[in-house]
Design a binder for this molecule. Structure first.
Ligand code: ARG
Length: 470
């Protein structure tokens, strides 16, 4: 019976509906390892402070070792009646070791316990996510390096703007994922702080050594205010915000992959295992994985809205509302990790253990990209810059080139296909060297300033990233 967990104060048991409504064990049981780790650190400190006996600590350690083995073996019996992961583990401990199990909760509340568990769990998940973010950046830099000389049209408003190197385009995403990794590292610092010792809300009457527990758990310090320690979840909100941004970056990349894979672009292919066919149209290979990633971004952003709204009306200190932090947080972590994993493989391919090389990543159609870059007058700005170097004010050069583009459009050709005499009709200073400036490669080479798309700049960026990864 539920009332066992509390006291004789309760005159009636909970109804089955209320039990089911208030229980969290079905989802918070995944905090079990953090819960045991936190409890062991707490117990060890209680013994060191002579709050419990050394024999109690030994019993608790023995019992927790068995519980751990049972959970890992799948034989641990999770009980809805015991509400959550904390009460389930504590009840089993007492069943196994008797009074020592009942002493574990000295100077502790589930309020500081759950806040500690979530922080410990999230800290380790952030580390996994950071590793994946690095792996994805490496995969993108690898593909960039193999495609330094490939040119595609750069767009603004999805209209052809200026030619850019495909490597440069991919490295833009590397910048985004590098910032995502920085944000994760930053969130980690604030997550990795110890609420334990705050007890229910006001601190505790026992002489706890909180710094010692923080050290045992590898945390960077203790929460300095007990009311804040038990009730704050801003670390979870911050994490979900960082995760949302990361998903938004993945979503933008997905959108481009989907466009690039369409027959009208034909710029790239992803391996068949990331696509699906159609049950009616035999010719189809649909980019389901990037589409789902784009879709799942909405779900993660939704979790951010859920969590931030969860906090807004809560008075200090702990409220049961906070039990609702877990499912959105867990789902955010799961979705982000799976999405990053799948993108690492979709972009970079799989390791072939026989050759030691990665295979089956993104396939680039350099010819299609370059052909597209040759449509849409992508080098018109270069012609304007050419005229500026001949002495024209930029605004006049801009207008002159607009006339040239109009002429080329009516001849249904590129600017570079207009004969020299025709070009000279727009401005007499134009000479034969104009064709170098109207070429795609000439256009790229000319943008040789820091952060620009010239091959020399792109190679320097690749080297910078490599050094960063090392
Ligand atoms: N399952 C609860 C949660 O997730 C644990 C803390 C319960 N504390 C309480 N005072 N009811 O937040």
């Amino acid at each position: 019976k539920k009332s066992e967990a509390w006291s004789a104060l309760f005159s009636e048991p909970m109804s089955e509906l209320v039990k089911r409504y208030t229980a969290s064990v079905f989802f918070d049981k995944r905090l079990w390892l953090a819960d045991i780790t936190g409890s062991l650190a707490h117990a060890e400190m209680l013994a060191a402070q002579n709050i419990i006996a050394a024999s109690d600590l030994a019993d608790i350690q023995r019992g927790m070792a068995q519980i751990r083995a049972e959970i890992e073996a799948g034989s641990f019996e999770w009980k809805l009646d015991l509400e959550d992961v904390h009460l389930n583990i504590e009840a089993r401990l007492t069943q196994l070791v008797g009074d020592a199990g009942k002493r574990l909760h000295t100077g502790r509340s589930r309020n500081d316990q759950v806040a500690t568990d979530v922080r410990l769990w999230l800290r380790d998940e952030i580390d996994l996510i950071s590793d994946l973010l690095k792996e994805l950046q490496v995969a993108l830099v690898d593909v960039a390096e193999q495609n330094v000389d490939v040119i595609l049209p750069g767009f603004t408003h999805l209209q052809v703007a200026q030619p850019v190197s495909f490597a440069h385009h991919l490295l833009a995403y590397v910048e985004m994922f590098a910032r995502d990794a920085e944000r994760m590292a930053d969130v980690r610092r604030r997550t990795n702080r110890l609420p334990l010792g705050s007890a229910a809300l006001a601190g505790t009457t026992y002489p706890l050594d909180r710094e010692r527990v923080a050290k045992t758990l590898g945390m960077e310090g203790v929460c300095q205010n007990s009311l804040d320690g038990v009730s704050d979840r801003d670390f979870a909100i911050e994490f979900t915000a960082a995760a949302s941004l990361c998903m938004v970056h993945i979503s933008r990349f997905s959108e481009e992959l989907i466009l690039w894979m369409s027959q009208n672009f034909g710029f790239v292919k992803i391996a068949d295992r990331f696509t699906t066919g159609s049950s009616i149209m035999p010719q189809k290979k649909n980019p389901d994985v990037p589409e789902l990633a784009r879709g799942k971004t909405g779900r993660v952003v939704g979790h951010l809205m859920g969590l931030i709204t969860l906090m807004k009306g809560q008075p200090l200190a702990y409220n049961k509302d906070n039990q609702e932090d877990k499912e959105p947080l867990f789902d955010t972590v799961d979705t982000l990790k799976d999405t990053l994993r799948i993108f690492c493989e979709m972009v970079g391919g799989q390791l072939n253990s026989a050759t030691g090389k990665k295979e089956g990543g993104i396939t680039v159609n350099a010819v299609a990209m370059e052909a597209a870059a040759n449509k849409g007058y992508a080098t018109a700005t270069d012609l304007a810059d050419y005229l500026v170097k001949k002495g024209l004010p930029f605004r006049d050069a801009h207008e002159t080139v607009a006339h040239a583009v109009k002429a080329a459009t009516s001849h249904n050709c590129d600017l570079s296909e207009l004969p020299l005499t025709v070009l000279q009709g727009f401005n007499a200073s134009i000479e034969k060297d104009v064709y170098e400036c109207l070429s795609l490669r000439g256009s790229l080479n000319a943008r040789n300033t820091l952060g620009g798309t010239a091959p020399a700049q792109v190679k320097a960026q690749i080297a910078r990233h490599r050094a960063r990864f090392a």
